[in-house]
Ligand binder design. Structure first.
Ligand code: WT7
Length: 656
């Protein structure tokens, strides 16, 4: 994050009201209306969620109980009920005029494009669901999805949901190693992939990565389905690998959605935590559907005339909740773009907005900072007048970037929703409702109705105004994760035991530091655990350390984040070598590459510093605080008396 300047601190005092025209047409039109909803939800959460569930979703069978919180932290929502998110995203729109409305507008990086109406998307999803069934996939079987940003990614997810086969989407930028770990942990029976995908004018060899991932044997995987996207040469393993389009030929476009119990597993999505092993975050059917549906509707203020575009990748939770499930459940038109801004086309995002008349645009602060750097002449050359609402997600947005977004992209007329949430929360938790809540640059503002957010100390005592503390959530909500796949104990330890449960009240620990100002606005400061946020991607420092020490030359490694103007944080690794290895420029490069092949390009360290020893306490704990200061080029402040060997610090300083 760039250091706050006097200027930015003053800007933090500014606030922006939605225009009267925006508010007049919005779903939630005023601060009073928000407060009324918030208070009603707080007073009787179950009644609030029940009313929405009844109004907003189709049910095959009504639920018997709204919330079961008898066995915290394991929540159950809408038990006894049956629904299907694929039905809510597709079938129910077919009996309305939306049948022939664009559901998905897709733009490929090389400039090819495709639009699928609700009827067409429904047909393709049904066909693919039938293909999965023919390959023996049944309700409850896990399916791995490792795809570029093409319509088939959405089709595969919706088809899985349709037959009740939980999907586990793995971001296409993850390495074969990372893919393998996730397929093994989730015991996937089948993998859906493509020959490759387009990324910054080059093709990414996805199928090759799948082959590598499976080469040492992932016993659960029986079949691999391959979409032809780039046309690159790929190996097809007889009996295991099939071309998607071959199997789809002549298959029936009729496949009724399976009635799913509310708490049936919908998907697993892996995310980084403070240990070396990523967690399989579990989301279930009805609560997730309701929560993503209603947050999409109120926060992005979706109207039937909107063309909505979220620039995330379907490999992340933002892609799941706010490219696919939330928008389609609302019958919206959602845009999916394969490409990324690149040297050959720095203005490609603005072209997409102009081409399709995008009205609601949702992206990440790191992207905005990159746009600022590329220059405002790119957006200024395009007609962005269709935009009416902007959003950001992924990390705190610095007020300068917020103001640029507001002026240059929003033409000073579009509200900005800075949305705080996590893979674990399923959907947005703290955010402006754009027609109702005045915004302040850099603040995610107020909790969504039904969300009881607090800033507390580790005993659960609330912090005072503007006092720092831990961001915590007090009451369960429908979109919350249900457990860590295969590790309920880790779920409890990671999220529910950091803050002492008080009088039987459990507080969800988000892992972020925050403060609340005198208006009750939340200012999220960033992670307080060993998780770093690099360009909006969440990485565990231990994960990168394990990758480094798996190299034979490395004895020990300690990874910290260092502030970076563009990416928010940059990875810095301190490494000690095995006796027979010597530090060199070449080894430095090799180790960076090693991390890429263990995890993926997103985890490539910006810097590797070789050192003789790491600063440790007498009990052998690495003192990361010292390393963070050193990495940031700051003087080491605070107490160093627990350091076992003070000369280590001097050597590290010399090496810097
Ligand atoms: C972490 C969650 C869920 C969306 C994508 C990231 C940080 C996310 C904001 C925001 C400040 C934010 C937090 C959070 N974060 N949005 N608007 N303001 N920080 O999902 O990978 O699960 O990461 O991203 O640190 O804990 P994720």
């Amino acid at each position: 994050m760039s250091q706050p300047t006097i200027e930015s601190i003053l800007q933090e005092k500014r606030h922006f009201d939605p225009s009267p025209e925006f508010s007049a047409n919005a779903h939630i039109k005023s601060l009073e209306q928000y407060q009324e909803l918030y208070n009603r939800a707080k007073a009787d959460p179950q009644a609030f969620w029940a009313e929405l569930a009844e109004k907003e979703l189709h049910w095959f069978k009504p639920w018997e109980s709204v919330l079961d919180w008898e066995n915290p932290p394991f929540a159950k929502w809408f038990t006894g009920g049956q629904t299907n998110i694929s039905y809510n995203c597709l079938d129910r729109h077919l009996t309305t005029w939306r049948k022939n409305k664009a559901a998905l507008i897709w733009e490929g990086e090389p400039g090819d494009s495709r639009t699928l109406t609700y009827a067409q998307l429904h047909r393709e999803v049904c066909q693919f669901a039938n293909v999965l069934k023919q390959l023996g996939i049944k309700k409850g079987d896990r399916v791995g999805i490792y795809m570029p940003m093409i319509p088939e990614a959405a089709i595969a997810m919706l088809a899985c949901a349709r037959i009740g086969a939980p999907h586990s989407v793995v971001f296409g930028g993850f390495s074969a190693e990372a893919l393998r770990d996730r397929l093994i942990d989730g015991e996937a029976k089948l993998v859906v992939t493509a020959d490759g995908g387009w990324r910054k004018d080059a093709t990414v060899p996805l199928k090759e990565q799948v082959d590598k991932a499976l080469s040492e044997g992932v016993p659960s995987v029986k079949d691999v389905l391959v979409v032809k996207r780039t046309g690159q040469q790929v190996h097809m393993e007889p009996g295991r690998d099939h071309w998607w389009h071959d199997l789809q030929q002549g298959v029936s476009g009729d496949c009724p959605a399976e009635p799913m119990d509310s708490e049936d597993l919908l998907f697993i999505l892996y995310t980084s935590g403070s240990t070396g092993k990523p967690k399989g975050v579990v989301h279930t059917t009805a609560g997730y559907n309701l929560y993503t549906h209603i947050t999409t509707k109120w926060i992005f203020d979706l109207q039937d005339t909107d063309v909505y575009w979220c620039t995330a990748d379907v490999g992340w939770i933002t892609g799941h909740s706010y490219i696919i499930y939330g928008p389609l459940s609302n019958g919206a038109t959602t845009v999916m773009y394969e490409g990324a801004p690149r040297a050959s086309n720095p203005g490609c995002f603005w072209d997409v907005i102009e081409k399709y008349g995008v009205t609601v645009f949702y992206t990440a602060p790191t992207a905005i900072r990159a746009f600022i750097k590329m220059g405002e002449h790119h957006p200024n050359k395009r007609n962005l007048s269709s935009l009416r609402l902007l959003g950001t997600v992924g990390e705190p947005i610095n007020p300068e970037a917020w103001m640029w977004y507001h002026r240059i992209i929003g033409g000073e007329r579009c509200p900005i929703v800075d949305t705080w949430w996590q893979t674990e929360t399923g959907g947005i938790m703290i955010t402006p409702l754009p027609g109702a809540i005045p915004t302040k640059p850099g603040s995610a503002t107020l909790p969504f109705p039904g969300i009881l957010a607090e800033v507390v100390d580790l005993d659960g005592n609330p912090a005072g105004d503007n006092e720092g503390g831990y961001l915590a959530i007090k009451h369960p909500w429908p979109g919350m994760m249900r457990t860590v796949y295969g590790d309920a104990d880790r779920f409890r330890r990671t999220y529910w035991e950091h803050i002492a449960p008080k009088d039987g009240q459990y507080l969800y620990f988000a892992g972020d530091g925050a403060r609340r100002d005198e208006d009750g606005y939340f200012w999220v400061m960033g992670r307080v655990d060993d998780v770093i946020n690099v360009a909006g991607h969440r990485l565990g420092t231990m994960e990168i350390e394990s990758a480094l020490v798996s190299h034979p030359s490395v004895a020990e490694a300690a990874v910290v984040g260092k502030p970076d103007d563009l990416k928010g944080e940059e990875i810095v690794a301190f490494v000690t070598l095995e006796g027979n290895a010597t530090a060199s420029e070449e080894l430095n490069k090799l180790l960076k590459q090693h991390v890429v092949s263990e995890i993926g390009a997103i985890a490539r360290p910006g810097e590797i510093r070789f050192t003789e020893a790491l600063p440790k306490t007498r009990s052998g704990k690495i003192m990361r605080r010292l390393l963070r200061s050193l990495a940031a080029g700051q003087e080491v402040a605070g107490d160093t008396s627990t350091l076992e060997d003070r000369s280590v610090l001097d050597k590290l300083r010399e090496g810097a």
